[in-house]
Design a protein around this ligand. Structure first.
Ligand SMILES: CC(=O)N[C@H]1[C@@H](OP(=O)(O)OP(=O)(O)OC[C@H]2O[C@@H](n3ccc(=O)[nH]c3=O)[C@H](O)[C@@H]2O)O[C@H](CO)[C@@H](O)[C@@H]1O
Length: 501
Protein backbone atom coordinates (compact mmCIF):
# COMPACT_ATOMS: atom_id res chain seq x y z
CA UNK A 1 0.00 0.00 0.00
CA UNK A 2 1.26 3.51 -0.79
CA UNK A 3 1.79 6.25 1.78
CA UNK A 4 -0.46 9.32 2.01
CA UNK A 5 2.22 11.45 0.32
CA UNK A 6 2.60 9.04 -2.55
CA UNK A 7 -1.13 8.83 -3.10
CA UNK A 8 -1.43 12.61 -2.93
CA UNK A 9 1.20 13.09 -5.66
CA UNK A 10 -0.48 10.46 -7.79
CA UNK A 11 -3.90 12.10 -7.48
CA UNK A 12 -2.51 15.55 -8.16
CA UNK A 13 -0.93 14.35 -11.39
CA UNK A 14 -4.28 12.91 -12.44
CA UNK A 15 -6.19 16.07 -11.44
CA UNK A 16 -8.15 14.17 -8.76
CA UNK A 17 -6.91 15.54 -5.41
CA UNK A 18 -10.48 16.37 -4.35
CA UNK A 19 -10.94 12.77 -3.18
CA UNK A 20 -8.71 13.56 -0.20
CA UNK A 21 -10.77 16.53 0.92
CA UNK A 22 -12.14 14.80 4.03
CA UNK A 23 -8.73 13.39 5.02
CA UNK A 24 -8.31 15.51 8.17
CA UNK A 25 -11.65 14.22 9.52
CA UNK A 26 -10.98 10.52 8.95
CA UNK A 27 -10.11 7.98 11.63
CA UNK A 28 -6.95 5.88 11.25
CA UNK A 29 -9.04 2.95 10.05
CA UNK A 30 -10.94 5.05 7.49
CA UNK A 31 -7.66 6.49 6.22
CA UNK A 32 -6.29 2.99 5.77
CA UNK A 33 -9.31 1.92 3.72
CA UNK A 34 -9.08 4.98 1.48
CA UNK A 35 -5.35 4.61 0.92
CA UNK A 36 -5.77 0.93 0.07
CA UNK A 37 -8.40 1.76 -2.53
CA UNK A 38 -6.44 4.64 -4.06
CA UNK A 39 -3.13 2.74 -4.10
CA UNK A 40 -4.53 0.44 -6.77
CA UNK A 41 -5.13 3.24 -9.27
CA UNK A 42 -2.43 3.99 -11.78
CA UNK A 43 -2.13 7.80 -12.35
CA UNK A 44 -1.82 7.91 -16.15
CA UNK A 45 -4.60 5.38 -16.57
CA UNK A 46 -6.75 7.23 -14.06
CA UNK A 47 -6.26 10.52 -15.85
CA UNK A 48 -7.11 8.88 -19.18
CA UNK A 49 -10.16 7.18 -17.72
CA UNK A 50 -11.61 10.35 -16.15
CA UNK A 51 -10.98 12.54 -19.17
CA UNK A 52 -12.23 9.82 -21.51
CA UNK A 53 -15.42 9.34 -19.50
CA UNK A 54 -16.30 13.04 -19.49
CA UNK A 55 -15.58 13.37 -23.22
CA UNK A 56 -17.48 10.21 -24.10
CA UNK A 57 -20.48 11.31 -22.02
CA UNK A 58 -20.66 14.61 -23.84
CA UNK A 59 -20.66 12.72 -27.13
CA UNK A 60 -22.83 9.78 -26.09
CA UNK A 61 -26.08 11.22 -27.36
CA UNK A 62 -24.65 11.00 -30.85
CA UNK A 63 -23.78 7.29 -30.66
CA UNK A 64 -26.95 6.07 -32.40
CA UNK A 65 -26.62 8.59 -35.22
CA UNK A 66 -23.06 7.51 -35.84
CA UNK A 67 -24.28 4.04 -36.77
CA UNK A 68 -26.73 5.36 -39.34
CA UNK A 69 -26.02 4.05 -42.83
CA UNK A 70 -23.23 1.77 -41.60
CA UNK A 71 -25.27 -1.19 -40.36
CA UNK A 72 -26.29 -4.24 -42.36
CA UNK A 73 -28.18 -7.29 -41.12
CA UNK A 74 -26.58 -10.74 -41.12
CA UNK A 75 -26.97 -12.54 -44.45
CA UNK A 76 -29.53 -15.34 -43.87
CA UNK A 77 -27.28 -17.95 -45.47
CA UNK A 78 -24.56 -17.01 -42.98
CA UNK A 79 -26.57 -18.18 -39.97
CA UNK A 80 -26.83 -21.80 -38.91
CA UNK A 81 -29.65 -22.85 -36.66
CA UNK A 82 -32.01 -25.41 -35.29
CA UNK A 83 -34.73 -24.43 -37.78
CA UNK A 84 -32.47 -23.37 -40.64
CA UNK A 85 -30.06 -26.29 -40.90
CA UNK A 86 -30.85 -29.83 -42.07
CA UNK A 87 -31.29 -32.61 -39.48
CA UNK A 88 -28.20 -34.48 -40.72
CA UNK A 89 -25.95 -31.47 -40.12
CA UNK A 90 -27.51 -30.81 -36.73
CA UNK A 91 -26.80 -34.35 -35.68
CA UNK A 92 -23.24 -34.20 -36.99
CA UNK A 93 -22.56 -30.97 -35.08
CA UNK A 94 -24.00 -32.32 -31.86
CA UNK A 95 -21.86 -35.44 -32.12
CA UNK A 96 -18.81 -33.27 -32.73
CA UNK A 97 -19.64 -31.22 -29.64
CA UNK A 98 -19.99 -34.31 -27.45
CA UNK A 99 -16.74 -35.68 -28.80
CA UNK A 100 -14.91 -32.44 -27.89
CA UNK A 101 -16.50 -32.46 -24.42
CA UNK A 102 -15.50 -36.10 -23.88
CA UNK A 103 -11.91 -35.15 -24.72
CA UNK A 104 -11.90 -32.46 -21.98
CA UNK A 105 -11.54 -29.74 -24.58
CA UNK A 106 -14.59 -27.70 -23.57
CA UNK A 107 -15.13 -25.37 -20.60
CA UNK A 108 -17.87 -22.94 -19.65
CA UNK A 109 -17.38 -19.43 -18.36
CA UNK A 110 -20.08 -17.61 -16.46
CA UNK A 111 -20.20 -13.82 -16.46
CA UNK A 112 -21.41 -13.08 -12.95
CA UNK A 113 -19.86 -9.78 -11.99
CA UNK A 114 -22.92 -7.63 -12.68
CA UNK A 115 -24.85 -5.86 -9.94
CA UNK A 116 -28.30 -6.91 -11.16
CA UNK A 117 -29.69 -3.47 -10.37
CA UNK A 118 -32.89 -3.98 -12.36
CA UNK A 119 -33.82 -7.11 -10.39
CA UNK A 120 -33.12 -5.20 -7.20
CA UNK A 121 -31.87 -7.95 -4.89
CA UNK A 122 -28.86 -7.33 -2.64
CA UNK A 123 -27.16 -10.62 -3.56
CA UNK A 124 -25.81 -12.12 -6.81
CA UNK A 125 -28.49 -13.00 -9.35
CA UNK A 126 -27.33 -16.61 -9.62
CA UNK A 127 -28.47 -17.13 -6.01
CA UNK A 128 -32.02 -16.18 -6.94
CA UNK A 129 -34.73 -18.80 -6.33
CA UNK A 130 -37.36 -18.19 -9.01
CA UNK A 131 -40.04 -20.18 -7.19
CA UNK A 132 -39.80 -23.57 -8.90
CA UNK A 133 -41.30 -26.56 -7.05
CA UNK A 134 -37.74 -27.76 -6.35
CA UNK A 135 -36.68 -24.37 -4.97
CA UNK A 136 -33.54 -24.49 -7.15
CA UNK A 137 -31.54 -21.35 -7.76
CA UNK A 138 -30.06 -20.33 -11.11
CA UNK A 139 -26.62 -21.48 -9.94
CA UNK A 140 -27.93 -24.91 -8.99
CA UNK A 141 -29.69 -25.38 -12.32
CA UNK A 142 -26.48 -24.44 -14.14
CA UNK A 143 -24.32 -26.75 -12.01
CA UNK A 144 -26.67 -29.67 -12.66
CA UNK A 145 -26.62 -29.04 -16.41
CA UNK A 146 -22.83 -29.24 -16.32
CA UNK A 147 -23.02 -32.54 -14.46
CA UNK A 148 -25.52 -33.90 -16.95
CA UNK A 149 -23.65 -32.85 -20.09
CA UNK A 150 -20.50 -34.51 -18.70
CA UNK A 151 -22.49 -37.66 -18.02
CA UNK A 152 -23.98 -37.72 -21.54
CA UNK A 153 -20.55 -37.24 -23.12
CA UNK A 154 -19.17 -40.04 -20.95
CA UNK A 155 -21.99 -42.39 -21.94
CA UNK A 156 -21.43 -41.69 -25.62
CA UNK A 157 -17.66 -41.94 -25.57
CA UNK A 158 -16.80 -44.14 -22.59
CA UNK A 159 -14.84 -41.24 -21.12
CA UNK A 160 -14.60 -39.67 -17.70
CA UNK A 161 -14.58 -36.07 -18.70
CA UNK A 162 -14.70 -32.71 -16.94
CA UNK A 163 -16.24 -29.46 -18.09
CA UNK A 164 -14.47 -26.85 -15.93
CA UNK A 165 -16.66 -23.99 -14.76
CA UNK A 166 -14.93 -20.59 -14.71
CA UNK A 167 -16.94 -17.93 -12.93
CA UNK A 168 -16.09 -14.26 -13.36
CA UNK A 169 -17.23 -12.30 -10.32
CA UNK A 170 -16.63 -8.75 -9.13
CA UNK A 171 -16.02 -7.08 -5.78
CA UNK A 172 -19.82 -7.16 -5.33
CA UNK A 173 -20.33 -10.82 -6.09
CA UNK A 174 -17.19 -12.81 -5.27
CA UNK A 175 -17.64 -13.27 -1.54
CA UNK A 176 -21.33 -14.18 -1.50
CA UNK A 177 -20.93 -16.43 -4.52
CA UNK A 178 -18.04 -18.32 -2.95
CA UNK A 179 -19.92 -18.68 0.31
CA UNK A 180 -23.04 -19.90 -1.47
CA UNK A 181 -21.14 -22.54 -3.41
CA UNK A 182 -19.42 -23.76 -0.24
CA UNK A 183 -22.70 -23.90 1.68
CA UNK A 184 -24.16 -25.98 -1.14
CA UNK A 185 -21.13 -28.29 -1.45
CA UNK A 186 -20.52 -26.96 -4.97
CA UNK A 187 -23.73 -28.70 -6.02
CA UNK A 188 -21.76 -31.95 -6.11
CA UNK A 189 -19.24 -30.68 -8.61
CA UNK A 190 -15.58 -31.14 -7.77
CA UNK A 191 -14.52 -27.77 -6.25
CA UNK A 192 -11.19 -28.00 -8.08
CA UNK A 193 -13.13 -27.65 -11.34
CA UNK A 194 -15.10 -24.57 -10.26
CA UNK A 195 -12.79 -21.59 -10.60
CA UNK A 196 -13.88 -18.17 -9.47
CA UNK A 197 -11.97 -15.02 -10.29
CA UNK A 198 -12.58 -11.31 -10.02
CA UNK A 199 -12.86 -8.63 -12.68
CA UNK A 200 -11.53 -5.13 -12.07
CA UNK A 201 -13.46 -2.19 -10.72
CA UNK A 202 -13.14 1.34 -12.08
CA UNK A 203 -14.17 4.69 -10.63
CA UNK A 204 -17.46 6.35 -11.52
CA UNK A 205 -16.87 9.88 -12.78
CA UNK A 206 -18.96 13.09 -12.66
CA UNK A 207 -19.75 15.08 -15.79
CA UNK A 208 -16.83 17.37 -14.87
CA UNK A 209 -14.36 14.50 -15.20
CA UNK A 210 -13.87 14.19 -11.42
CA UNK A 211 -14.09 10.87 -9.58
CA UNK A 212 -17.22 10.67 -7.44
CA UNK A 213 -16.69 10.22 -3.72
CA UNK A 214 -19.36 7.91 -2.36
CA UNK A 215 -18.38 8.24 1.29
CA UNK A 216 -15.80 10.43 2.96
CA UNK A 217 -13.30 7.58 2.63
CA UNK A 218 -14.60 5.69 -0.37
CA UNK A 219 -14.72 6.47 -4.04
CA UNK A 220 -17.65 5.21 -6.13
CA UNK A 221 -16.42 2.14 -8.01
CA UNK A 222 -18.19 -0.11 -10.50
CA UNK A 223 -17.18 -3.28 -12.36
CA UNK A 224 -15.64 -2.54 -15.76
CA UNK A 225 -18.44 -4.28 -17.71
CA UNK A 226 -18.59 -7.88 -18.89
CA UNK A 227 -15.90 -7.00 -21.47
CA UNK A 228 -13.65 -6.68 -18.42
CA UNK A 229 -13.42 -10.43 -18.96
CA UNK A 230 -10.39 -10.13 -21.22
CA UNK A 231 -8.31 -8.22 -18.73
CA UNK A 232 -9.49 -10.47 -15.92
CA UNK A 233 -8.40 -13.54 -17.92
CA UNK A 234 -4.88 -12.08 -17.92
CA UNK A 235 -4.93 -10.79 -14.32
CA UNK A 236 -6.01 -14.19 -13.03
CA UNK A 237 -4.05 -16.43 -15.40
CA UNK A 238 -7.22 -18.15 -16.56
CA UNK A 239 -5.90 -18.92 -20.03
CA UNK A 240 -2.89 -20.61 -18.50
CA UNK A 241 -5.26 -22.73 -16.45
CA UNK A 242 -7.21 -23.64 -19.60
CA UNK A 243 -3.96 -24.55 -21.28
CA UNK A 244 -2.91 -26.81 -18.41
CA UNK A 245 -6.22 -28.61 -18.62
CA UNK A 246 -6.12 -28.90 -22.40
CA UNK A 247 -9.28 -26.82 -22.82
CA UNK A 248 -9.52 -25.43 -26.35
CA UNK A 249 -13.07 -24.14 -26.56
CA UNK A 250 -14.96 -21.89 -24.21
CA UNK A 251 -18.69 -21.33 -23.94
CA UNK A 252 -19.24 -17.94 -22.30
CA UNK A 253 -22.72 -17.08 -21.03
CA UNK A 254 -24.58 -14.66 -18.79
CA UNK A 255 -26.05 -15.61 -15.46
CA UNK A 256 -29.71 -14.84 -15.86
CA UNK A 257 -31.01 -17.02 -18.70
CA UNK A 258 -32.85 -19.87 -17.00
CA UNK A 259 -32.86 -21.94 -20.22
CA UNK A 260 -29.12 -21.70 -20.92
CA UNK A 261 -27.63 -24.91 -22.36
CA UNK A 262 -24.23 -25.02 -20.74
CA UNK A 263 -21.45 -26.31 -23.01
CA UNK A 264 -24.19 -26.88 -25.61
CA UNK A 265 -22.76 -29.73 -27.73
CA UNK A 266 -24.72 -28.59 -30.79
CA UNK A 267 -23.45 -25.00 -30.66
CA UNK A 268 -19.90 -26.06 -29.80
CA UNK A 269 -19.90 -28.67 -32.56
CA UNK A 270 -21.30 -26.18 -35.09
CA UNK A 271 -18.57 -23.64 -34.29
CA UNK A 272 -15.80 -26.27 -34.33
CA UNK A 273 -16.96 -27.80 -37.63
CA UNK A 274 -17.16 -24.36 -39.21
CA UNK A 275 -13.60 -23.63 -38.11
CA UNK A 276 -14.79 -20.58 -36.17
CA UNK A 277 -12.68 -18.78 -33.61
CA UNK A 278 -15.65 -16.83 -32.33
CA UNK A 279 -19.41 -17.43 -32.39
CA UNK A 280 -22.70 -16.15 -31.03
CA UNK A 281 -26.08 -17.71 -30.40
CA UNK A 282 -29.01 -15.61 -31.48
CA UNK A 283 -32.81 -15.72 -31.24
CA UNK A 284 -35.34 -13.97 -33.40
CA UNK A 285 -36.08 -10.64 -31.72
CA UNK A 286 -39.53 -10.58 -30.13
CA UNK A 287 -40.32 -6.90 -30.74
CA UNK A 288 -38.36 -3.87 -31.97
CA UNK A 289 -37.59 -2.36 -28.58
CA UNK A 290 -36.71 -5.65 -26.87
CA UNK A 291 -33.61 -4.98 -24.71
CA UNK A 292 -31.30 -7.34 -26.55
CA UNK A 293 -28.32 -6.45 -28.70
CA UNK A 294 -28.49 -7.29 -32.42
CA UNK A 295 -25.81 -9.27 -34.18
CA UNK A 296 -25.14 -7.56 -37.50
CA UNK A 297 -22.37 -5.96 -39.54
CA UNK A 298 -21.10 -2.42 -39.14
CA UNK A 299 -18.88 -1.22 -41.97
CA UNK A 300 -18.83 -4.84 -43.10
CA UNK A 301 -17.48 -6.15 -39.78
CA UNK A 302 -19.49 -8.55 -37.59
CA UNK A 303 -20.46 -7.14 -34.27
CA UNK A 304 -23.27 -6.61 -31.79
CA UNK A 305 -25.03 -3.27 -31.65
CA UNK A 306 -26.32 -3.03 -28.10
CA UNK A 307 -29.99 -2.18 -27.55
CA UNK A 308 -29.03 1.00 -25.74
CA UNK A 309 -27.18 2.21 -28.85
CA UNK A 310 -29.66 1.22 -31.55
CA UNK A 311 -31.84 3.93 -33.03
CA UNK A 312 -35.56 3.11 -32.69
CA UNK A 313 -36.09 3.80 -36.41
CA UNK A 314 -33.52 1.17 -37.31
CA UNK A 315 -34.85 -1.26 -34.72
CA UNK A 316 -38.31 -0.90 -36.27
CA UNK A 317 -37.30 -1.51 -39.90
CA UNK A 318 -39.11 -4.49 -41.40
CA UNK A 319 -38.84 -6.58 -44.56
CA UNK A 320 -41.88 -6.56 -46.89
CA UNK A 321 -42.92 -9.91 -45.29
CA UNK A 322 -43.14 -8.19 -41.89
CA UNK A 323 -40.10 -9.62 -40.12
CA UNK A 324 -37.63 -7.26 -38.50
CA UNK A 325 -34.56 -6.41 -40.58
CA UNK A 326 -32.32 -6.47 -37.48
CA UNK A 327 -33.67 -9.69 -36.15
CA UNK A 328 -30.69 -11.59 -34.76
CA UNK A 329 -31.07 -11.00 -31.02
CA UNK A 330 -27.92 -11.57 -28.95
CA UNK A 331 -28.57 -13.92 -26.03
CA UNK A 332 -25.11 -13.49 -24.54
CA UNK A 333 -23.95 -17.02 -25.38
CA UNK A 334 -20.59 -16.88 -27.03
CA UNK A 335 -18.07 -19.37 -28.33
CA UNK A 336 -14.35 -18.63 -28.30
CA UNK A 337 -11.30 -20.70 -29.01
CA UNK A 338 -8.51 -20.43 -26.47
CA UNK A 339 -6.18 -19.24 -29.22
CA UNK A 340 -8.55 -16.41 -30.06
CA UNK A 341 -8.73 -15.40 -26.41
CA UNK A 342 -4.94 -15.31 -26.20
CA UNK A 343 -4.87 -13.10 -29.26
CA UNK A 344 -7.37 -10.71 -27.73
CA UNK A 345 -5.73 -10.75 -24.31
CA UNK A 346 -2.27 -10.02 -25.70
CA UNK A 347 -3.05 -7.63 -28.55
CA UNK A 348 -6.49 -6.11 -28.40
CA UNK A 349 -8.00 -5.82 -24.94
CA UNK A 350 -6.75 -2.26 -24.50
CA UNK A 351 -8.53 -1.32 -27.73
CA UNK A 352 -11.98 -2.45 -26.64
CA UNK A 353 -14.55 0.26 -26.95
CA UNK A 354 -15.65 2.03 -23.78
CA UNK A 355 -19.42 2.32 -23.59
CA UNK A 356 -20.95 5.09 -21.58
CA UNK A 357 -23.71 4.56 -19.03
CA UNK A 358 -25.14 7.64 -17.38
CA UNK A 359 -26.32 6.61 -13.90
CA UNK A 360 -27.48 7.89 -10.55
CA UNK A 361 -24.38 7.46 -8.42
CA UNK A 362 -24.63 8.10 -4.64
CA UNK A 363 -22.21 10.85 -3.62
CA UNK A 364 -21.01 12.60 -0.51
CA UNK A 365 -22.14 16.20 0.05
CA UNK A 366 -20.14 19.07 1.55
CA UNK A 367 -21.07 17.91 5.07
CA UNK A 368 -19.80 14.44 4.35
CA UNK A 369 -23.23 12.78 4.15
CA UNK A 370 -23.99 10.27 1.38
CA UNK A 371 -26.79 11.51 -0.87
CA UNK A 372 -28.83 9.40 -3.30
CA UNK A 373 -29.29 11.60 -6.36
CA UNK A 374 -32.71 11.92 -7.94
CA UNK A 375 -31.33 12.40 -11.42
CA UNK A 376 -28.32 10.95 -13.21
CA UNK A 377 -25.09 12.58 -12.05
CA UNK A 378 -22.35 10.16 -13.00
CA UNK A 379 -20.71 8.23 -15.77
CA UNK A 380 -19.88 4.56 -15.58
CA UNK A 381 -17.70 3.22 -18.35
CA UNK A 382 -18.19 -0.36 -19.43
CA UNK A 383 -16.59 -2.72 -21.89
CA UNK A 384 -18.81 -5.30 -23.59
CA UNK A 385 -17.91 -8.96 -23.95
CA UNK A 386 -18.98 -9.08 -27.60
CA UNK A 387 -16.80 -6.19 -28.75
CA UNK A 388 -14.06 -8.67 -29.64
CA UNK A 389 -16.02 -10.12 -32.57
CA UNK A 390 -14.30 -7.59 -34.84
CA UNK A 391 -10.95 -9.29 -34.21
CA UNK A 392 -12.23 -12.68 -35.30
CA UNK A 393 -10.87 -14.38 -38.42
CA UNK A 394 -13.95 -16.55 -38.69
CA UNK A 395 -17.13 -15.50 -36.91
CA UNK A 396 -20.33 -17.57 -37.00
CA UNK A 397 -23.87 -17.12 -35.69
CA UNK A 398 -26.26 -19.88 -34.68
CA UNK A 399 -29.97 -19.28 -34.28
CA UNK A 400 -31.92 -21.13 -31.60
CA UNK A 401 -35.56 -21.13 -30.59
CA UNK A 402 -36.50 -18.65 -27.94
CA UNK A 403 -38.94 -20.97 -26.17
CA UNK A 404 -36.18 -23.56 -25.83
CA UNK A 405 -33.18 -21.43 -24.99
CA UNK A 406 -33.85 -17.87 -23.95
CA UNK A 407 -35.74 -16.56 -20.97
CA UNK A 408 -33.69 -14.07 -18.96
CA UNK A 409 -34.31 -12.82 -15.44
CA UNK A 410 -33.80 -9.06 -15.59
CA UNK A 411 -36.65 -7.40 -13.67
CA UNK A 412 -38.56 -7.81 -10.43
CA UNK A 413 -42.11 -9.16 -10.56
CA UNK A 414 -44.55 -6.52 -11.65
CA UNK A 415 -42.61 -5.67 -14.80
CA UNK A 416 -44.21 -7.03 -17.99
CA UNK A 417 -41.27 -9.17 -19.13
CA UNK A 418 -38.18 -11.04 -17.94
CA UNK A 419 -39.33 -11.46 -14.34
CA UNK A 420 -39.21 -14.39 -11.88
CA UNK A 421 -42.73 -15.28 -13.01
CA UNK A 422 -41.92 -15.29 -16.73
CA UNK A 423 -38.69 -17.29 -16.37
CA UNK A 424 -40.38 -19.86 -14.13
CA UNK A 425 -43.16 -20.17 -16.66
CA UNK A 426 -40.68 -20.65 -19.53
CA UNK A 427 -38.89 -23.46 -17.74
CA UNK A 428 -42.06 -25.22 -16.61
CA UNK A 429 -43.58 -24.85 -20.08
CA UNK A 430 -40.51 -26.44 -21.62
CA UNK A 431 -40.60 -29.32 -19.17
CA UNK A 432 -44.32 -29.83 -19.78
CA UNK A 433 -43.63 -30.03 -23.52
CA UNK A 434 -40.79 -32.51 -22.95
CA UNK A 435 -43.05 -34.70 -20.79
CA UNK A 436 -45.76 -34.69 -23.48
CA UNK A 437 -43.17 -35.61 -26.14
CA UNK A 438 -42.15 -38.50 -23.89
CA UNK A 439 -45.85 -39.54 -23.95
CA UNK A 440 -46.62 -38.81 -20.33
CA UNK A 441 -50.27 -38.15 -19.49
CA UNK A 442 -51.16 -35.34 -17.11
CA UNK A 443 -54.29 -35.63 -14.98
CA UNK A 444 -56.54 -32.80 -13.87
CA UNK A 445 -57.96 -32.45 -10.35
CA UNK A 446 -60.67 -35.05 -11.18
CA UNK A 447 -58.04 -37.50 -12.44
CA UNK A 448 -59.14 -37.01 -16.03
CA UNK A 449 -56.41 -36.70 -18.69
CA UNK A 450 -55.67 -33.12 -19.69
CA UNK A 451 -56.16 -32.89 -23.40
CA UNK A 452 -55.83 -29.16 -24.05
CA UNK A 453 -53.31 -28.06 -26.66
CA UNK A 454 -50.34 -26.20 -25.25
CA UNK A 455 -47.42 -25.05 -27.29
CA UNK A 456 -45.15 -22.39 -25.92
CA UNK A 457 -44.45 -20.13 -22.99
CA UNK A 458 -46.32 -17.30 -24.67
CA UNK A 459 -49.53 -19.26 -24.07
CA UNK A 460 -49.26 -18.52 -20.33
CA UNK A 461 -48.91 -21.14 -17.61
CA UNK A 462 -48.99 -24.75 -18.83
CA UNK A 463 -52.07 -26.72 -17.76
CA UNK A 464 -50.03 -28.77 -15.26
CA UNK A 465 -46.89 -28.04 -13.28
CA UNK A 466 -44.01 -30.30 -14.28
CA UNK A 467 -40.39 -29.75 -13.34
CA UNK A 468 -37.66 -32.03 -14.62
CA UNK A 469 -34.28 -31.99 -12.93
CA UNK A 470 -31.34 -31.31 -15.26
CA UNK A 471 -29.88 -34.45 -13.70
CA UNK A 472 -32.70 -36.41 -15.32
CA UNK A 473 -32.55 -34.71 -18.72
CA UNK A 474 -30.26 -32.08 -20.24
CA UNK A 475 -32.51 -31.06 -23.12
CA UNK A 476 -35.51 -33.38 -23.19
CA UNK A 477 -33.58 -36.55 -24.02
CA UNK A 478 -34.01 -39.87 -22.22
CA UNK A 479 -37.45 -39.14 -20.81
CA UNK A 480 -39.52 -41.78 -22.59
CA UNK A 481 -38.11 -44.57 -20.44
CA UNK A 482 -39.09 -42.63 -17.35
CA UNK A 483 -42.40 -41.07 -18.32
CA UNK A 484 -44.02 -42.96 -21.21
CA UNK A 485 -47.70 -43.60 -20.45
CA UNK A 486 -47.20 -42.56 -16.85
CA UNK A 487 -50.15 -40.70 -15.37
CA UNK A 488 -48.84 -37.60 -13.66
CA UNK A 489 -50.62 -35.33 -11.19
CA UNK A 490 -49.70 -31.69 -10.97
CA UNK A 491 -47.37 -30.57 -9.48
CA UNK A 492 -45.00 -33.24 -10.74
CA UNK A 493 -41.30 -33.10 -9.96
CA UNK A 494 -38.93 -35.46 -11.71
CA UNK A 495 -35.76 -35.32 -9.72
CA UNK A 496 -32.66 -37.39 -9.50
CA UNK A 497 -34.05 -39.84 -6.97
CA UNK A 498 -37.19 -40.49 -9.07
CA UNK A 499 -34.85 -41.36 -11.88
CA UNK A 500 -33.03 -43.95 -9.88
CA UNK A 501 -36.14 -45.58 -8.37
C1 LIG B 1 -23.04 -6.18 -22.87
C2 LIG B 1 -23.88 -7.38 -23.02
O1 LIG B 1 -23.40 -8.50 -22.93
N1 LIG B 1 -25.18 -7.16 -23.31
C3 LIG B 1 -26.08 -8.27 -23.49
C4 LIG B 1 -26.78 -8.52 -22.15
O2 LIG B 1 -27.50 -7.33 -21.86
P1 LIG B 1 -27.92 -6.87 -20.36
O3 LIG B 1 -28.02 -5.40 -20.35
O4 LIG B 1 -29.11 -7.61 -19.95
O5 LIG B 1 -26.62 -7.31 -19.58
P2 LIG B 1 -26.40 -7.51 -18.03
O6 LIG B 1 -26.13 -6.23 -17.42
O7 LIG B 1 -27.47 -8.37 -17.47
O8 LIG B 1 -25.04 -8.35 -18.09
C5 LIG B 1 -24.92 -9.55 -18.80
C6 LIG B 1 -24.03 -10.48 -18.00
O9 LIG B 1 -22.78 -9.87 -17.78
C7 LIG B 1 -22.46 -9.91 -16.40
N2 LIG B 1 -21.65 -8.73 -16.06
C8 LIG B 1 -22.14 -7.47 -16.28
C9 LIG B 1 -21.38 -6.36 -15.97
C10 LIG B 1 -20.10 -6.55 -15.42
O10 LIG B 1 -19.36 -5.61 -15.12
N3 LIG B 1 -19.67 -7.82 -15.22
C11 LIG B 1 -20.40 -8.92 -15.53
O11 LIG B 1 -19.96 -10.06 -15.35
C12 LIG B 1 -23.77 -9.97 -15.67
O12 LIG B 1 -23.60 -10.54 -14.39
C13 LIG B 1 -24.60 -10.81 -16.62
O13 LIG B 1 -24.42 -12.19 -16.38
O14 LIG B 1 -27.65 -9.64 -22.26
C14 LIG B 1 -28.66 -9.54 -23.28
C15 LIG B 1 -29.40 -10.86 -23.31
O15 LIG B 1 -29.93 -11.16 -22.08
C16 LIG B 1 -28.01 -9.24 -24.64
O16 LIG B 1 -29.00 -9.07 -25.61
C17 LIG B 1 -27.14 -8.00 -24.54
O17 LIG B 1 -26.56 -7.72 -25.80
Amino acid sequence: MLSFEEVKVKLESAGQSHVLRFWPELSAEERGALLAELSQLEPAELERHCRGAAEAASRSSGEEERLRGRMEPLEPEFIGGVRRSDPGSLQEWEEEGFSQIAQNKVAVLLLAGGQGTRLGVPYPKGMYDVGLPSGKTLYQIQAERIRKVQELANEKHGSKCTVPWYIMTSEFTLEPTEKFFKQNSYFDLDPSNVLMFEQRMIPAVGFDGKIILEKKNKIAMAPDGNGGLYRALVDNKVLEDMERRGVQYLHVYCVDNILVKLADPLFIGFCVKKGADCGAKVVEKAYPSEPVGVVCRVDGVYQVVEYSELEPEIAEQRHPGGELVYNAGNICNHFFTRDFLWKVALNFQEQLKQHVAIKKVPFVDEEGKTVKPTKPNGIKMEKFVFDVFQFSKKFVAFEVLREDEFSPLKNADGAPVDTPTTVRRSLLAQHYRWALQAKAVFLDEHDNPITSEYRAAQDGDPPAVCEISPLASYFGEGLEKLLKHRKLKSPFLLNDSNVKS
